[in-house]
Design a protein around this ligand. Structure first.
Ligand SMILES: [Zn+2]
Length: 326
């Protein structure tokens, strides 16, 4: 069979009892339920099997499914890993190297925790607007309404206010100004101690090594968690080198490795560099079932955990019906 369901996870935690119950994540109970659903309908495969299938042009088992976990959260070590280990299932983990090595918090995560800490999202927009006003001249910015009209487009998971906050802080503004605004909001609403927050949020190197030893797969999620399609070829090269240094430190095979694009973003020059550097597979955030006969191995689509049932007794849903052979 050439079809493969790749499922993507981010936060998996005991949300109800956590400090940030509003964080958009999956509760541990529902994660367990979803695994039981998968075990009923799918065959959960290992990344090494997929790499081999691609390299040798081999068939995959019927109803293959691969579990992937982005961003190296400590959640994955604390909650996910013991559950997978007990069931004898492999997960593939994609930690952001710089955040883990240098105890930063990724901008994207700062934004999540800012959003989870402020109930009234208009308050955050108000803060952003007043900072834009302050820096308008220095950075030749457009007026506030221009940005809102351009960016505030709701999607299947978020309201337009939330999308506006994410987009303007993730990408739209110049990097330096983005950092100023994000850090000011993070200090005001979340924490004044980024180093400790980072150590609480992400796995450390020993935890990653431990998971690897116990059969989990670790791949690259870039170094600085950039939108890689926005970087020059030289900077893309540097990102790959640094992220491979990190994988080497963990004892990973850097001749056959897997990339998971931050934000799902890639372009032609990146694909070329990945190939040149021994990357065998790469995962996007395009929504869909992967098909090894049709898809480029460096542009594989995934499903989000929310696309599939989180109930062990659920009937096969539309994505499951697309692939399963009874
Ligand atoms: Zn990521």
């Amino acid at each position: 069979m050439s079809k493969l369901t790749i499922v993507m996870y981010h936060y998996v935690r005991d949300l109800k009892h956590s400090q940030y119950p509003e964080i958009k994540g999956l509760s541990v109970d529902l994660f367990k339920e979803q695994l039981q659903y998968f075990l009923r309908y799918y065959k959960i495969i290992k990344m090494e099997e997929l790499i081999e299938a691609v390299k040798l042009n081999k068939e995959l088992p019927d109803n293959s499914l691969l579990l992937t976990f982005d961003d190296g959260y400590k959640d994955h070590f604390e909650f996910v890993f013991p559950i997978l280990d007990e069931l004898g299932i492999q997960g593939s983990f994609f930690p952001p190297a710089k955040a883990i090595q240098e105890h930063h918090v990724l901008d994207v995560n700062k934004i999540h925790f800012i959003l989870a800490s402020v109930k009234e999202k208009k308050q955050i927009i108000f803060d952003i607007y007043s900072m834009l006003d302050k820096f308008r001249k220095e950075y030749s910015l457009e007026n506030n309404e221009y940005y809102f009209r351009k960016l505030a487009k709701e999607n299947r998971f978020d309201t337009k206010e939330v999308i506006f906050i994410k987009r303007i802080l993730q990408r739209e503004l110049p990097e330096k100004l983005r950092n100023i605004i994000i850090n000011s909001l993070f200090n005001k609403y979340v924490s004044k101690d980024e180093g400790s927050f980072s150590r609480e949020l992400y796995m450390n190197i020993d935890q990653l090594k431990c998971m690897k030893r116990k059969g989990m797969y670790i791949g690259s999620h870039g170094y600085d968690h950039y939108w890689l399609n926005t970087l020059s070829k030289e900077k893309q090269k540097r990102e790959i080198e640094l992220s491979l240094d990190f994988l080497k430190k963990l004892g990973c095979d850097i001749n056959d490795w897997v990339m998971c694009y931050p934000y799902g973003a890639y372009n032609e020059s990146l694909l070329f560099l990945l190939k040149e550097n021994g990357c065998k597979l790469a995962l996007t955030t395009q929504v869909g079932i992967a098909d090894l006969n049709k898809d480029h191995p460096l542009i594989l689509p995934r499903l989000d955990t929310n696309d599939l049932p989180k109930d062990r007794f659920a009937k096969p849903n539309i994505w499951t019906l697309k692939v399963i052979n009874f």
